[in-house]
Design a protein around this ligand. Structure first.
Ligand code: NDP
Ligand code: BG6
Length: 483
């Protein structure tokens, strides 16, 4: 990959202090956080732990916050609390100090059971929320209600309708109602637009927070290789309907691409940043079939929830081309896969070789800027320097900013923590706007339809490998040099 100049420091906020351009209104009064789908996997593994971390760091004050779990499963408050405690203690390894905080945190949680498409449960939920608001505020305080939809997208429209009809904040008391929706937002352009219209009829865009947790990662300010060392075990049913492009590339990687490729926004205001991202997406050229490699790992179809003849890709490398003045001729390679040789997410910006090289010695590889999002967050520059000593020869070396070393003792927040806090503060900078979503689907829908129709077939690859060999050949053809 070649690159022109690229001024990361001008665009992004690697800062300790909060971004000043975003006006965080300090609000007091009752804050109710409702986790819909509280019995599910995401709620257990991500949403409740993120809320716990925010609580522990003092962002959620016990005299203001109440947390509600809502789902169809009939369990008591204590059963939900025990599930959350179990996950925080067993899986996250809470320390003795944490245990005290876990107990205090769990006291904030109540559970309401009900269906997703009838008013009864939502009326009950509203009653519970209103009671805590009166308890916290008296009758004239703020009523802030955050609904987190940790649910399959099929129920988003009915759940949004129920919230709109039964659970809105009491506007005469002031405050707000916001909803957070998870990916996948649709399966293609048409279904995503339909979903956006349905939700858009019920809520203003400023109330809708489309979450892409990659935007909450500390080092997500740049671009892209995404590899996972685990397969789709336990989620084969979901995965087979979506595939790697809808699961990771169309959302997480494309969002990161936007942050790398966008021009400097007018300011750090959320709308200004998102305006620039939309321009990048709208400048992406249609994807060529010969710039795509699809793969499916051997054994994927052994999962009983995956059809025997599934054509779903579990791996893909896609080259995107941005048709604008800055990026003309620069390939953007997005690569993601399941069951590969390692688990990592990285952005690699490779610089062009200098024409007319005057060094006769053996080439040491390209200069390359790497941003490792995970694991072990780091930014490093691989560059060619003179081999120290009397001889004139070159060697490849690194300027290394490894966060673990440079920021010892600093805890890097989980993506979901940051994003939930942003929602409470009303900051939509790290959320996907409706026109962004549409532009993202426009890029991938034709390719996805060709795959869904069976016109393009995934190549087999071995679990634990780098993916199909053809993917490396595509990288090479695009001009990327393995360093
Ligand atoms: P689950 O399958 O665990 O579903 C969450 C809850 O929704 C379940 O506990 C169940 O609650 C209810 N539910 C499940 N299926 C249906 C259905 N067909 N109709 C109505 N209700 C249903 O999902 P996850 O928690 O894994 O994910 C939730 C959302 O987050 C999804 O949109 C997913 O794509 C997204 N997501 C998940 C990630 C993860 O790591 N799990 C990562 C990124 C995004 P009950 O039966 O009690 O009502
Ligand atoms: C989710 C995808 O959105 O992101 C998963 O559905 C993927 O398939 C996950 O594993 C990756 O997130 P992270 O934060 O573990 O890199």
């Amino acid at each position: 990959m070649g690159s022109g100049s690229w001024h990361m420091e001008k665009r992004h906020s690697f800062k300790n202090e909060p971004v000043k351009d975003v006006e965080h209104v300090l609000e007091n009064g009752s804050l109710s956080i409702v986790v819909l789908g509280a019995s599910g996997d995401l709620a257990k593994k991500k949403t409740f732990p993120a809320l716990f971390n925010l609580f522990q760091q003092g962002f959620l004050q016990p005299n203001e916050v109440h947390i509600f779990g809502y789902a169809r499963t009939k369990i008591s408050d204590d059963e939900l609390r025990n599930r959350i405690r179990g996950y925080l203690v067993r899986d996250k390894g809470a320390s003795p100090k944490d245990l005290e905080d876990v107990t205090k945190f769990l006291q904030l949680i109540k559970y309401v059971s009900g269906s997703y498409d009838t008013e009864e449960g939502f009326r009950l939920l509203d009653k519970e929320i209103s009671e805590t608001e009166v308890l916290r505020n008296g009758v004239d305080g703020l009523s802030r209600r955050l609904f987190y939809l940790a649910l399959p997208p099929s129920v988003y429209p009915s759940v949004c309708r129920m919230i709109r009809h039964c659970c809105m904040n009491k506007t005469d008391l002031g405050g707000w109602t916001r909803i957070v929706v998870e990916k996948p937002f649709g399966k293609d352009l048409e279904s995503a637009e339909q979903l956006s219209t349905q939700i858009g009829e019920l809520f203003e865009e400023s109330q809708i927070y489309r979450i892409d947790h990659y935007l909450g990662k500390e080092l997500v300010q740049n671009l892209i290789v995404f590899r996972e060392d685990f397969g789709t075990e336990g989620r084969g049913g979901y995965f087979d309907e979506y595939g790697i492009i809808r699961d990771i590339i169309q959302n997480h990687l494309l969002q990161v691409l936007c942050l790398v490729a966008m021009e400097k926004p007018i300011s750090l205001k959320p709308e200004h940043i998102r305006d620039e991202k939309v321009k990048v997406l709208q400048s992406v050229l249609p994807i060529e079939d010969d710039e795509v490699v699809l793969g499916q790992y051997d054994g994927y179809r052994d999962d009983p929830t995956v059809p025997d003849h599934s054509n779903t890709p579990t791996f893909s490398t896609v080259v995107l081309r941005i048709h604008n003045e800055r990026w003309e001729g620069v390939p953007f390679i997005l690569k993601a896969g399941k069951a590969l040789n390692s688990r990592k997410a990285e952005i690699r910006v490779q610089f062009k070789d200098v024409p007319g090289d005057i060094f006769k010695c053996k080439k040491q590889g390209r200069n390359e800027f790497v941003i490792r999002l995970q694991p072990s967050e780091a930014m490093y520059m691989k560059l060619t320097v003179k081999q120290p000593g009397l001889e004139m020869s070159t060697v490849q070396s690194e300027l290394d900013l490894s966060y673990g070393q440079r920021y010892q003792g600093v805890t890097i927040p989980e993506a979901y923590e940051r994003l939930i806090l942003d929602t409470i503060r009303g900051d939509q900078q790290h959320f996907v706007r409706r026109d962004e979503l549409k532009a993202a689907w426009e890029i991938f829908t034709p390719l996805l339809h060709r795959i869904d129709n069976g016109d393009l077939k995934p190549l087999p690859y071995k679990p634990g490998s780098r993916g199909p060999a053809e993917a490396d050949a595509l990288l090479e053809k695009a001009g990327y040099v393995q360093t």
